[in-house]
Design a protein around this ligand. Structure first.
Ligand SMILES: [Zn+2]
Length: 173
């Protein structure tokens, strides 16, 4: 396993529609393991393949937050939302590709997802609360959408300008 560098917004690769994965190969297994390691190291609760520069439909997440509860590392291949609740939830979201910026985003409170697991089988599960928010945030990444795209234009461009500056400062060292 190895930690992969996380792309920082703005980056054209974060705006692309990602392609479905045709088979659960050992390369995909390795990618998922690297992504989980990268996510835990960051630390974060979710990470999508385009954030490490791979334009494929895969994300990982683990929203277990309680001390003493065992982690639940999940890798979801070709995930689809098959149902959403009418009830919504507002969370202050952040993103490993947009460090140190947070904003409230309202999304359905519960979502049912169908995906292909690393075991090659189709899974289906309903997620609630933080898990549901995280799953929707990560799925957005696979469609080239960031959480700031849910915000108003002014807030979005303000964050983008700050990120551009951060990247320029970093490049200068
Ligand atoms: Zn994100």
């Amino acid at each position: 396993m190895s930690i992969r560098p996380i792309l920082i917004h703005p980056d054209p690769r974060l705006k692309k529609l990602c392609q479905p994965i045709e088979s659960v190969s050992t390369d995909i297994g390795k990618l998922a393991e690297d992504m989980l390691e990268t996510m835990y190291d960051a630390p974060g609760v979710g990470l999508a393949a385009p954030q490490v520069g791979v334009l494929k439909r895969l994300f990982v997440m683990d929203c277990v937050k309680e001390e003493g509860e065992s982690p639940r590392p999940m890798a979801l291949i070709n995930p689809e939302i098959i149902a959403t609740s009418d009830e919504v939830n507002t969370y202050e979201e952040g993103c490993l590709s947009i460090p140190e910026h947070y904003a409230e985003v309202t999304r359905p409170k519960r979502v049912t997802l169908r995906w292909l697991g690393l075991d090659g089988k189709t899974h289906e599960e309903e997620f609630d609360g933080l898990w549901a928010t995280c799953a929707q945030h990560e799925l957005d990444h696979l469609n080239g959408k960031l959480f700031i795209d849910h915000l108003g234009t002014i807030k979005r461009s303000m964050i983008t300008r700050k990120m551009q500056k951060l990247k320029r400062d970093k490049a200068r060292g």
